[in-house]
Design a protein around this ligand. Sequence first.
Ligand code: SF4
Ligand code: SF4
Length: 590
Amino acid sequence: MFLPTTKKEMEKLGWDRLDVVLVSGDSYIDSPYVGVAVIGKVLLEAGFRVGVIGQPDISNDDVMRLGIPQLFWGVSAGCIDSMVANRTASGKKRNRDDYTPGGRNDRRPDRATIAYTNLIRRYSREEPKPVVLGGIEASLRRVAHYDCWTDSVRRSVLFDAKADFLLYGMCERSVVELARCLKDGKDASIVRGLCYISKTLPEGSIELPSFEEAAADKDAFTRAFQLFYNNNDPATASRLAQGHADRYLVQNPPAFYLEQKDFDAVYNIKYERDLHPFHKKDGEVKALETIRFSISTHRGCYGECGFCAIAVHEGRRVRSRSSESIIAEARQIARHPLFKGRIHDVGGPSANMYATTCTRMEKSGCCMKKSCISPKVCPLMKFGHDEQISLLKAVRSIEGVKKAIVASGIRHDLVLADRKDGERYLKELVAHHVSGQMKIAPEHTETSVLDQMGKPGCTPEALVKFKELFYKFTGEAGLKQFLSYYLMAAHPGCTAADMKKLKSFVTRELGSIPEQVQVFTPTPSTFSTLVYWTGRDPFTGRPVFVEKSAKGREEQKAILCGYEKEGRHPAPKPHWQKKQHLKGRGAKKY
Ligand code: SF4
Ligand code: SF4
């Protein structure tokens, strides 16, 4: 079933009032890939009546469409931080939004978490209920953080939104606990994975440099970030507190990860795998093309690439679903009336980390001073590709499945590091699980840049070796398919000279002009953003070159894409950037 989006749909279910109303910056897609749908369904399974308002019209009281909930409002900006979804790092409006019907980017306000909370406050004065923030925007902005769109350190979003609670990370467990506390009138501030505002410093908390200190002093900001980053594993984290003027932002330790049976249960719930009919009149959502028939096999990533927020949001520890649960989901997909035989992805943050474990990590949390895979795979990690090979074989042999693609990125350095099964895995992928092109993300080839990215193991030699194996196995399988590469310009530590060297490597060794080149975006709460803001390596204290000017950043990209050579320098603007973009309905700046 779909969760209700109108009073009429509530009536059909015989519900006169909801316990929880979830408001999201995405349209409502009922899919296990969409956080709001998952949280709504998990709450429903726990016995709560839940409704969803996807992309409310912010020019009026649309947010009140389902009435005031008994327990709380849940507010999320959607699957992507609204500033990342709406704007480039230099502030230019993006024209497309894959989670908006029709694809036009005019429904998700900037700083959506704040915008929606303000609307709820404005229109529900007669019966105020707690507002609980969630989703990636709230999660990554839960303590004082650098925001590149204002080029400043901002307060915790809990203060800016004037909300009551914030649930961070993957919060299936904590949202149910919170709902039960609110229902039973118990103190909710004990829930793990929760942030709240306090007038006093809770006993036993680690105190971070305050917002004011972090905003004024880059060393204080660095110390705050490191304490924040090192207290992210449920096995070892302490409660954190950060002063904001005369109050404290309190972050309880993260929620314990779901055990495998509970993790499986989240995916055993029935999802419609479709856009709610409420939105259909406005067109299709592009995201559905890929997520409708995709399967998520695990969460978390121990890769710890500096520019990626997965470790902060999902956690560094990889938690995998059982193969039985994944296969059951694939069977369910195969029976879906719209399924035409192609599963678009069987993967996770890094597909080939499926079923990786480390006993130390399980018992006492992740090592703080050691990377699990860089520069070499840690000997204590139980890692390999055998289980994934068996899983993929089982999925592709399900009746009705013609192709099961692994479209999530894979870590090519891990494939090479697995001497026992790495090549066998790649052979299987190439022969059965690639659709025309396989994408990998080396990001760069210069050692100093790779070091700054936290990817010293992804050497150019490893890339060339992987490429050779890919084309060897492709030839053996008698297929025509190619390898494409995600590369990054303007990462902290990267100069124009580094981009020239990368260009020369790409032309010489990879033989292609890359299409997938992104300019580094300093998203909140990543290590690379810390370096971007402070201009210093947080581990050594040494200064790091950072290309901050919009022109210089685009020029770095242009070097790689070949515009320079063709005399079209800097990179030409896409046609849509030349137009004044349509403003969101009732758009307001926060
Ligand atoms: S390997 Fe991928 S998911 Fe993992 S940290 Fe790096 S970019 Fe993020
Ligand atoms: S023991 Fe090794 S694999 Fe385990 S958490 Fe530490 S570094 Fe990672």
